[in-house]
Design a protein around this ligand. Structure first.
Ligand code: NAP
Length: 437
């Protein structure tokens, strides 16, 4: 029997497990280890709560976890409860699929002021991630600056703009829904350091901004290159740019909330003494290298919160080499430490935060293909039995997939009307749902 440990139970972890089952058939056992008592990683804590159709992919993951061959070890932190070296002793292969859960820093003066929040924290807050449930983002001012021109910036702007009614059917957590109900934010600046042709926003997500109850996008027509230049864009990007041009043509709306796109605007300082009071944006132009270059002209805009949506980094794990420059685990084609080490990584932990959820599927399959070549024979290791014994010795209370189902039942049972679930946002609450005191 071949034993594989997968660290992280998000999309990359589940696709790696699925690939292992398809490749090795009945001759494999896969254990998914997660530091949280709940599975699904980015699907639960990253995908926007009003995008339930994307979250529905967890049904596929449930299918993967349903048989005897896949086991969930939730509430177990690798590097703390068990080391990578110990996992290598128990398993033929260890695949790190821990994603990229830490925010990249802006790296400008004032970026540590209260009120500067990274998107991992802000998204984690409205999605009920236990690490960020106590965030209390300051929604008491009129203007918020959202930095970045990717889909995460769009998610953040949309969530800030929606009315409580527009969250019907979503699983936004109660604390966020209430804070957003009381929010005084009316002006959401979306700052891109480059132009409309360089956005990383997809048409479906951008299009949603045109259908909000009390908010409308605001785009300066002067930001665009000549329309003929759109022909050179790939079809998806052209669609997004066409949507932006439509927003620009529509002009200012009489809706009370504006999602105000500022292109060629690079943040150079966050202003304030005890908290965020404003942001300094420098005007930029595209250089021949395709990058944004500041032209020295700056504008100070008062705002009370800055959400930076500029990308993520993986979090290090003791015993695994890390590429600090790229912000993910050091690897070659997903192998960590070369052939024979038995160490691999997949998903964002391998390549950084790019692509859609589905991009992680081929990633998982490719890793398992390499694994089959590197390790043609099972090595008679102890697998999950060995890990379970070690965790019991250390009094680590691991959460099984059946336990998770009970947490899920409890979350569904306490959902508000029309919502699929009300998540527990506290580790102790999750554990109490399966092991009442
Ligand atoms: P992203 O797509 O890489 O976008 C990051 C943005 O931040 C870019 O516009 C980038 O500008 C900007 N940026 C980076 N450093 C900056 C700096 N120092 N100052 C100002 N701007 C800076 O990343 P993301 O939005 O975090 O999304 C991550 C991945 O998840 C993407 O693949 C995304 O498509 C995916 N996602 C998908 C969905 C969905 O499908 N619904 C939702 C959320 C996320 P430059 O281009 O100039 O570098």
């Amino acid at each position: 029997m071949r034993h594989i440990a997968v660290i992280g139970s998000g999309p990359a972890g589940f696709y790696t497990a699925e690939a292992a089952l398809k490749t090795f058939g009945s001759e494999v056992r896969v254990d998914l280890i997660d530091r949280l008592p709940v599975p699904y990683g980015l699907i639960r804590s990253g995908v926007a709560p009003d995008h339930q159709s994307i979250k529905a992919v967890t049904r596929r993951y449930e299918g993967t976890a349903s048989g005897e061959q896949v086991r969930f070890f939730g509430n177990v932190t690798v590097g703390q409860d068990v080391t990578v070296a110990e996992l290598r002793g128990f398993y033929d292969a260890v695949v790190t699929c821990t994603g990229a859960p830490a925010d990249k820093r802006l790296g400008i003066p004032g970026d540590d002021l209260p009120g500067v929040i990274g998107s991992a924290a802000f998204v984690g807050w409205y999605n009920g991630h236990p690490d960020f449930a106590g965030l209390h983002p300051p929604l008491d001012g009129e203007t918020v600056a959202v930095i970045g021109n990717g889909n995460v910036a769009l998610d953040v702007a949309r969530i800030l703009a929606k009315t409580p009614d527009e969250f019907a059917g979503s699983d936004i957590v109660a604390h966020a829904l209430e804070a957003l109900r009381l929010s005084r934010v009316r002006h959401i600046l979306v700052c891109g350091r480059r132009g409309p042709h360089q956005i990383a926003m997809t048409p479906k997500e951008l299009g949603e901004l045109g259908h909000l109850t009390r908010a409308a996008p605001l785009v300066d027509p002067a930001a665009f290159p000549p329309a003929a230049d759109d022909e050179a864009l790939d079809p998806g990007q052209r669609k997004s740019v066409t949507l932006l041009r439509g927003f620009a043509t529509a002009g200012a709306s009489d809706k009370p909330v504006a999602i105000d796109f500022r292109f060629f605007s690079s943040p150079v300082a966050i202003l304030g003494t005890d908290r965020v009071e404003g942001i300094r944006l420098e005007h930029t132009a595209l250089g021949a290298d395709g990058r944004a270059h500041g032209d020295g002209h700056t504008a100070d805009i008062p705002c009370t919160m800055v959400v930076s949506c500029i990308g993520y980094r993986s979090i290090t794990i003791e015993g695994l080499p890390y590429d600090d420059k790229s912000g993910h685990f050091a690897n070659e084609d997903g192998r960590i430490g070369g052939i024979g080490s038995g160490l691999y990584c997949a998903g964002w932990a391998r390549r950084g935060p790019t692509g859609t959820i589905g991009t992680n599927r081929p990633d998982g399959f490719q890793i398992v293909e390499e694994m089959a070549k590197d390790l043609p024979d099972a090595q008679g290791k102890a697998g999950g039995e060995g890990l379970a014994r070690l965790l019991a010795e250390r009094s680590v209370s691991a959460v099984s997939f059946d336990d998770w189902r009970r947490i899920e039942d409890a979350e569904q049972g306490r959902a508000r009307d029309g919502s699929p679930r009300e998540k527990f946002v506290d580790l102790a609450e999750m554990i109490a749902a399966i092991r009442p005191a």
